[in-house]
Ligand binder design. Structure first.
Ligand code: AP5
Ligand code: MG
Length: 212
């Protein structure tokens, strides 16, 4: 299964990708997590991406396309994968086709901007593995520590109110149109993201026609 999770910043893509990856036995490819790792390691890609991410702007398409083309060619992707946060532009979507990524299904998690802005203040992410938590909706077992890898949880640098608003504007301008693109291909399913995390998960499985 080759699956895309679409949705605005903070809609819950990373949270849901984590469940699906475990249940379907396929990796998640999160361009945001890959870029944050690159920044942490001070690689040339990280240096290029940092200023765009800090301002809530999209990293240039050619950087993203290079990352994804390399990642999907690895062995663990043979049975499929979940794309979280990519594609984000029509050009990225068309480039996926060019290098032979045949997408099976696309799920868009739908959520109003006002709910997103409120949610983001409660998000904490793992400084080690990138996993997302929420202080109320999805707290870790031990305060401030990642359940999975034991690293400290931090506030993501681009989760301040001003940058969140910039990211939402970019989503509406550049990414939302991908819903039309995939709807025309008969691949788009919409899921309501304002529900509790497990209800969103249940609806995604139903939309995919998967029982676990
Ligand atoms: P990226 O890391 O992809 O961020 P994003 O799209 O802005 O999305 P988020 O990771 O913020 O949110 P999410 O949907 O994963 O939500 P989450 O599950 O964490 O990208 C960051 C930046 O990298 C971009 O701005 C850009 O600069 C660059 N970039 C990345 N990919 C790119 C690309 N393809 N092209 C160009 N540039 C790119 O949930 C959010 C919070 O809500 C958490 O606290 C969570 O616990 C909580 N939550 C989740 N679901 C629920 C629920 N149902 N109820 C209550 N709380 C919930
Ligand atoms: Mg995410």
């Amino acid at each position: 299964m080759k699956l895309i999770l679409l949705g605005a910043p903070g809609a819950g893509k990373g949270t849901q990708a984590e469940f699906l990856s475990k249940e379907l036995g396929i990796p998640t490819i999160s361009t945001g997590n890959i870029l944050r790792e690159a920044i942490k390691n001070g690689t040339p890609t990280g240096l290029k991406a940092k200023s765009f991410m800090d301002q809530g702007q999209l990293v240039p398409d050619e950087v993203i396309i290079g990352i994804v083309e390399e990642r999907v060619s690895r062995d663990d992707c043979r049975k499929g994968y979940i794309l979280d946060g990519v594609p984000r532009t029509l050009h990225q979507a068309r480039e996926l086709n060019r290098f032979g990524v045949a997408i099976d299904q696309v799920v868009s998690i739908e959520l109003d901007d006002a709910v997103i802005e409120a949610r983001m203040t409660g998000r904490r992410v793992c400084s080690g593995c990138g996993e997302s938590y929420h202080i109320k909706a999805n707290p870790p077992k031990i305060d401030g520590i990642c359940d999975d890898c034991g690293s400290p949880l931090i506030v993501r640098p681009d989760d301040n109110a001003e940058t969140v608003r910039a990211r939402l504007a970019v989503y509406h301008q550049m990414t939302e149109q991908l819903k039309g693109y995939y709807a025309d291909l008969g691949k788009l399913k919409l899921v309501q993201g304002h529900q509790a995390i497990d209800a969103v998960h249940r609806d995604i499985l139903a939309a995919l026609g998967v029982s676990v």
